[in-house]
Design a protein around this ligand. Structure first.
Ligand code: PEP
Length: 256
């Protein structure tokens, strides 16, 4: 019998997921052009891509991008959210608002939130609970800094982030882990295949069997095949390279 997760995914198969994190990039013209191309490619591929695709545009473009993605099979996600459903939190966006805009996923605990906005594991944990309340799948980002890697504490750091951020009852349908070494994000540097495999295997011992573990950190069309070809890697979280439709599509095709 096929084991279905609470979010309706077949938990026996870890289908790869390629997620584009646009960060604070994209105005209506370039954002919609990008996603139009992706939707056309996806439709032409007719389900033969071999992975799931997700785009996470800035909040201002969620509705426009969501409209263009309708029926394409490409999912829509937010880049962050507040833990609460609503309230006096100026500038924040709630999980329910993301769901209302058509999102199925939300990136949480990205290092640019942890380091740029002082978000700790406890806050990330609350946000994951909020995401689940709204029916969203959370993509939890974890990863060590350069200094931590050089000090030999990378695995301990990531283990502590997992322990502090993942609420009880985490199921593979509601949570995806993204291992993103901080020093690899936006730098053009990537972790070695050995280090990625070792870290993903270490993460795997701490999460549910069917949970997907993505790699993130300067994934691009040139290195994607090697990274996505690793048995322990269930997909990629792509920043800069997701802003180019051809490049992002090339990365996705490496899952095949
Ligand atoms: C990211 O923002 O999650 C990321 C991995 O960025 P980049 O691909 O640009 O390193």
């Amino acid at each position: 019998m096929i084991e279905m997760g609470p979010w309706g995914r077949n938990m026996a198969v870890r289908t790869k997921l390629v997620a584009g994190n646009w960060k604070m990039n994209g105005l209506r013209e370039d954002g919609t052009a990008l996603v139009r191309t992706l939707a056309q490619r996806m439709t032409a591929a007719g389900g033969g891509l071999g992975c799931e695709l997700l785009v996470c545009p800035p909040a201002t473009l969620l509705t426009a991008v969501g409209d263009l993605l309708a029926g394409s099979g490409i999912a829509l996600g937010g880049q962050d959210c507040h833990a609460a459903a609503k309230g006096p939190f100026t500038g924040d966006i709630s999980p329910e608002m993301l769901a209302d805009a058509g999102c199925t996923h939300v990136i949480l605990g990205h290092s640019e939130r942890r380091h740029g906005h002082g978000e700790g594991d406890a806050a990330v944990r609350e946000k994951i609970l909020g995401a689940w309340r709204a029916g969203l799948t959370a993509i939890l980002c974890v990863g060590e800094t350069r200094a931590q890697r050089e000090a030999g504490t990378a695995t301990d750091i990531v283990a502590a982030q997992l322990a502090g951020s993942i609420p009880d009852g985490a199921a593979a349908g509601g949570l995806v882990i993204a291992y993103e070494p901080v020093w690899a994000i936006g730098t053009g540097l990537t972790a070695t295949s050995e280090d990625v495999t070792a870290m993903h295997a270490a993460i795997r011992t701490r999460v549910e069997r069917g949970m997907r573990i993505l790699y993130g950190g300067s994934v691009n069309p040139q290195n994607a095949a090697a990274i996505l070809g690793l048995a322990e890697v269930d997909g990629a979280l792509v920043g800069g390279a997701s802003l180019d439709a051809e490049g992002f599509w090339t990365i996705a095709q490496c899952c095949g």
